[in-house]
Design a protein around this ligand. Sequence first.
Ligand code: HEC
Length: 216
Amino acid sequence: MTLVQRWTQLLRTRTVAFFSTICAIAVIAVSCAGGGTQASVGIAPEMVADYIHTVMQADRTAYTKHVVSRVAKLEGKDNEKGVLAIEATEGWQQTDGIPLPAQMFRLGADIASESGSAFTYNLISPWYINDSHEPKSEFEKAAMDATIETGESYKDYQEVGGQQYFSALYPDKAVAEACVTCHNTHPIHLERYPDKEFVMGEVMGGIMINIPLDAA
Ligand code: HEC
């Protein structure tokens, strides 16, 4: 190989290395720009609500199926399948019992709001035992009717006190025998809704999630 040939080869290798480096930087820049764009777009509020709901519903079902269903007494009444000598009762703090699923849900919601989380969630039902669960706003009423009719979630934007929200109501279904037996025999239920007898799988109410949206 002549000296000129060797120089030419060296130059060619260097040039290839140089261009590879430039290309690598370009790829990183493009992928970074892509990431940046995604971050500014964010996750759709529908998806955020779905994620939050999946976790809450799973915890609620697990607590009812694997804890509440195993207790000997459900709000004063014997539970045939109960294996634990305790009671699930509204007065759990006074009686050494354990909280009802709706109370457990509220305990979690209270802790979440203490942590300063931007969104809120709560239970509602047209067959409410606890007055604070009555569907109150026009949005809640419309969402509850639609959810009972379709068995599906109801989602929309709404404005409350000048603040925009994405709100979603998910059906709260009778996923365990304990849900229906306890509600159907509860004195307040019997007094208020004597003709309403829940069956397994039925929509008993809804889980409302409100996500505040940025003005931007
Ligand atoms: C041992 C009794 C008991 C069991 C089991 C039970 N509930 Fe309840 N539930 C209640 C009582 C009592 C309330 C109201 C108490 C409160 O909110 O403090 C309530 C509240 C609710 C509410 C809000 C509306 C209302 O009635 O105030 C919904 C919806 C609901 N329950 C659905 C369910 C579902 C679904 C299950 C099963 C996953 C279930 N419940 C299991 C007794 C029970």
